[in-house]
Ligand binder design. Structure first.
Ligand code: PAF
Length: 282
């Protein structure tokens, strides 16, 4: 496995690679990321190509009071794991390499998608994500790219960006990997104290319950969301949102039945903000 830090070396390394499957990450890899790498490996084997993973903590997608500075940087360990899982190339640039000058051209996803849910609580987040992902796509020119469904809104925004810009990239979304108790795997779980970690699964349990109750005839989505928020807040959480949305465009669900829905949630436990979601198919 090659570990590359500069754009020049990256270009050299990728010349003549006929099929590239990209897995963009911010590092501090866990089993969830490795699942994406495994899938990338299977795909690239099929096409006699290579798996390219990127590790870059992208300042552009962090708000001023967010965890950019304390986001865990564990490059050596990440590279060892990537190597074990059949990754061919790791691109881990530093900031001055990826942003040699202030990034004044950015990719702004449409407000109806980007300013709701995560975007409402993290202004500018999706512009930061789309800008760096577009840059990585442009540098690597992959044939496919893999993202986790835990970041449901991110995946949707990237899929729509790729479609609208006619990028010839197959975007693949993979199911969330969970710990034994159901907590969605996330690098941010590492911030949790032992006590918080024990409580952390309550977020998943809450949306799981909601996903069951919403299927009962006569149930009211808005009321169920509100009840879930109140219950979690009573349990010591600080809920940003629990929302029932249409899977196609994340618009709020208004009708009571039919279609494919997703319940999305974000909440803080102590200082740690967790997100999760469950698709509901009728
Ligand atoms: O999901 C992430 O880890 C990041 O948002 C991504 C896609 C690597 C862009 O920085």
């Amino acid at each position: 496995m090659k570990i590359i830090h500069t754009v020049r070396e990256l270009k050299e390394q990728l010349t003549n690679v006929r099929y590239k499957c990209l897995v963009p990450t911010m590092g501090n890899l866990h089993e969830g990321h490795l699942r994406l790498i495994d899938e990338a490996h299977a795909k690239s084997q099929l096409h006699k190509g290579q798996v390219i993973a990127t590790i870059f903590v992208n300042r552009l997608q962090f708000g001023p009071n967010e965890d950019f500075d304390r986001y865990p940087r564990t490059l050596d360990n990440d590279c060892a794991l990537l190597d074990q899982h059949g990754c061919d190339v790791v691109f881990a640039p530093d900031e001055s390499e990826l942003y040699p000058e202030a990034q004044t051209y950015t990719v702004s996803p449409p407000p109806d998608l980007a300013n709701t849910l995560e975007g409402h609580f993290r202004p500018g987040f999706f512009t930061g994500v789309c800008t760096v992902v577009m840059k990585l796509f442009s540098l690597i020119q992959p044939q496919s790219a893999i993202f986790g469904k835990k970041d449901y809104q991110q995946l949707m925004i990237i899929e729509k960006m790729v479609k609208q810009f006619n990028l010839p990239i197959d975007i693949i979304g993979l199911d969330t990997l969970r710990a034994k108790d159901g907590l969605a795997l996330s690098s941010r779980n590492g911030y949790l104290s032992t006590k918080e970690r024990m409580k952390a699964v309550e977020l998943y349990q809450s949306i799981q319950r909601l996903a069951q109750l919403i299927k009962i005839p006569g149930s009211n989505g808005a009321e169920l969301c509100q009840k879930s928020i109140e219950t979690l807040n009573r349990e010591g959480w600080m809920v940003d949102y629990i929302s029932l949305c249409n899977q196609s465009d994340l618009s709020p669900c208004t009708q009571d039945k039919g279609g494919n829905w997703v319940v999305l949630a974000a909440a803080k436990i102590g200082k740690t903000r967790l997100i999760d979601n469950i698709e509901i198919n009728f």
